[in-house]
Design a protein around this ligand. Structure first.
Ligand code: NAD
Length: 452
């Protein structure tokens, strides 16, 4: 990207084959694993937008514009008019859950969207019924699944998910899978994840290192279906599944939707760093009362979430580069399950910073957010962009789609590469990727040509 000019004949040679991106014709099938608060808010939201009942606020694919060429060119089309994305009218939803509730019932239970809105769409939402899930309580302690698949080993369960995907494929033109299921217990990669061969043996011998989320992901990738991971679970962040993703041209991304507190962190921390302000402490606490909060009340699931939330500051501040400013940073995160609040999470951050000559200051952030209202457009965008990646020759076989880090708390990257957490760098990376695949000049913000 460095040194690329903003436009003009000289930089035309840098243009790559935008013509190669295949059009988004026909139906896009969206397979959602876990039809709880986020999933139902996304599905009901898409239907509300399709009916003209509401606007897709928070969705970059639906509302965002992208500047092309010079600032003086006045060319800023909507992203959805610039890249060939599936139209919302062409989305068909299905999925899995450990409970039998249809999307209407599950959305009513989640209490994110008001009753009146849901009632209007009831006949449609009732038609989306989850398939029986792959589930094992060992990996999510607080849930008791009743609507689950049976099999003699994990291989058989994977084959059943593959059969579900194949059946769905007959009804649509393309498929994407997204994990909106619960946070599983904390797991680290082990020998079973080191290669695809090991993983496939592990499926047969029921290796404990293979959690249900990995079984869905494996099935998707076997079928060439892109997979997004909205939870902090290990899932596709292993050598074995990255190998499968590349082999079958099934793009992947993860982990963990970047919605409330971490979203704010990755906005504020880059600002402190840009101004060379020190940070000695960052205390973050949350109350939430939805099912996600209940699952995270289990220490082993919380550990998975905590790891995902902790990473961002360390990478943004680069304490090894700026030891006087960030070496002694004390970072603490708490999530408290508090049922009265439901999905309306409240987050507090106390940030102890210091400036000129070391004088201390404080910043307090109190975010009264709605968890799933923030997450739903992210889930939608990930689905649409992964489908775009699958239709883009240059992206489809590279495995991890790092340009989608913008949406994720703990972005997956190639081995040995540190993740980019700064929201504005992530945003530039995403938009430059779109410009690149469409054969447009990248935007570097150098801008010297305006002063020639
Ligand atoms: N809401 C947010 O802002 C947000 C942000 C970041 C990440 N997340 C993550 O997204 C996920 C979904 O969040 P939510 O608020 O919708 O939670 P939720 O509890 O409302 O929904 C999760 C659903 O997944 C189902 N499930 C669990 N294990 C399953 C399995 N093996 N197969 C199929 N279904 C399974 C549960 O029954 C439940 O219906 C969680 O992991 C959460 O941590 C949410």
């Amino acid at each position: 990207m460095a040194g690329a000019k903003q436009s003009g004949p000289k930089s035309a040679a840098k243009k790559t084959g935008g013509v190669q991106v295949a059009p988004a014709t026909g139906k896009l099938g969206v397979m959602v694993v876990g039809m709880g608060a986020v999933a139902t808010t996304m599905i009901a939201g898409v239907e509300a937008v399709r009916r003209g009942m509401a606007k897709p606020i928070g969705s970059l694919t639906q509302m965002g514009a992208i500047r092309l060429g010079k600032r003086t060119d006045n060319r800023s089309p909507l992203i959805k008019d610039f890249v060939p994305l599936a139209d919302l009218n062409d989305l068909t939803f299905t999925g899995w859950d450990i409970f039998e509730d249809n999307v209407y019932e599950s959305a009513a239970h989640a209490k994110v969207l008001d009753k009146e809105t849901l009632e209007k769409m009831k006949p449609y939402l009732e038609t989306i019924k989850p398939l029986p899930a792959v589930f094992d309580q060992f990996y999510v302690k607080r849930l008791h699944g009743t609507h689950v698949k049976q099999g003699k080993n994990k291989r058989e369960l994977a084959d059943q998910v593959i059969a579900d995907i194949r059946a769905f494929k007959k009804t649509v033109d393309r498929v994407v899978m997204i994990w909106c299921g619960s946070t599983e217990i904390f797991m680290e990669p082990s020998a079973v994840h080191a290669s695809l061969e090991n993983f496939e043996k592990g499926l047969v011998c029921n290796d404990v290192g293979i959690a249900p989320s990995q079984i869905y992901a494996y099935a998707a990738l076997c079928e060439g279906v892109p997979f997004a991971n909205g939870a902090p679970n290990l899932t596709v962040d292993t050598a074995a599944l990255i190998e499968l993703s590349k082999r079958n041209a099934a793009p992947i991304c993860g982990k963990d939707f970047k919605t409330g507190q971490t979203f704010m962190k990755t906005v504020l921390a880059p600002a402190f760093k840009a101004r060379m302000l020190g940070v000695s402490g960052w205390f973050s606490t949350n109350i939430l009362g939805n099912r996600d909060g209940e699952v995270l009340d289990d220490p082993q699931s919380f550990k998975t979430k905590e790891e995902s939330k902790l990473g961002s500051l360390e990478y943004i501040f680069q304490p090894e580069l700026y030891p006087e400013l960030y070496h002694d940073l004390y970072h603490k995160i708490r999530i408290n399950y508090y049922p009265p609040r439901g999905d309306e999470k409240e987050a507090w951050d106390n940030i102890d910073i210091f400036g000129w000559l070391g004088y201390p200051m404080q910043l307090k952030v109190n975010f009264l957010c709605r968890d799933s209202i923030l997450a739903a457009p992210i889930a939608l965008d990930l689905v649409l962009f992964l489908d775009l990646a699958k239709r883009t020759p240059e992206l489809r076989s590279i495995g991890i789609q790092e340009w989608l880090s913008f949406y994720l708390k703990s972005p997956q990257t190639a081995e040995g590469l540190y993740p980019e957490h700064d929201l504005f760098i992530q945003s530039m990376k995403l938009k430059n990727t779109l410009r690149h695949i469409m054969g447009q000049d990248l935007i570097t913000h150098l801008g010297l040509e305006y002063y020639d």
